[in-house]
Write a protein that binds this ligand. Sequence first.
Ligand SMILES: C[S@@+](CC[C@H](N)C(=O)[O-])C[C@H]1O[C@@H](n2cnc3c(N)ncnc32)[C@H](O)[C@@H]1O
Length: 183
Amino acid sequence: MVIYLVALLVLTIIILFMLNFEYYRHKLGVSTSHSSDSMRQAILDEILDSAPQNTKLKIVDPGCGSGDLVLKIAKSIPDATVVGLELSPIPFWQAVLKKKISGQKNTIFLRENFFEYDFSDAQVIVTFLPIPVLHKLAPKLKSDMKSGALLLSNAFQMPEDWISYKQEMVQPILKRYLYCYKA
Ligand SMILES: C[S@@+](CC[C@H](N)C(=O)[O-])C[C@H]1O[C@@H](n2cnc3c(N)ncnc32)[C@H](O)[C@@H]1O
């Protein structure tokens, strides 16, 4: 009897997870995937090379998923504050849990819609968003970002009025680039 109850509980949890991901994928037009290890490293290296110097950095990941990129950057740049924005509840709570387990204090996870977020005090923004969503967000980023702020986009290019200062091939097999822009 107990074994059936446990199996039912596990099955219910799996179904709830799947429903959550499917519902938010449909609603937001983005699935919760995450940047590869090599892409995370390339993003971190680019921040260390090109972000404004002599200032306490604020780095924002709009659509942070379960927070791995935020936590990696925060661990490597302890003086920075790294903010992850995520609307989908399960990845959001996974990120919060990972923060608690890792004890990474310089991270902030907010369950917020990034279209309503003010990016004006961020020196670095990192994105992994498909073209329709990224291009919808682009005008807001353009008006919010202050001169010298960086935008690093995994895999997807900004609209044509954004000129990249660098395009780095990070995953040759997938032909996946990191696109780097400066306001
Ligand atoms: C592809 S994942 C990227 C994860 C992470 N940035 C990385 O590079 O590993 C994109 C995330 O954006 C979230 N998202 C999509 N639209 C959003 C919105 N309007 N506000 C907040 N989060 C959103 C999705 O739920 C999804 O988890």
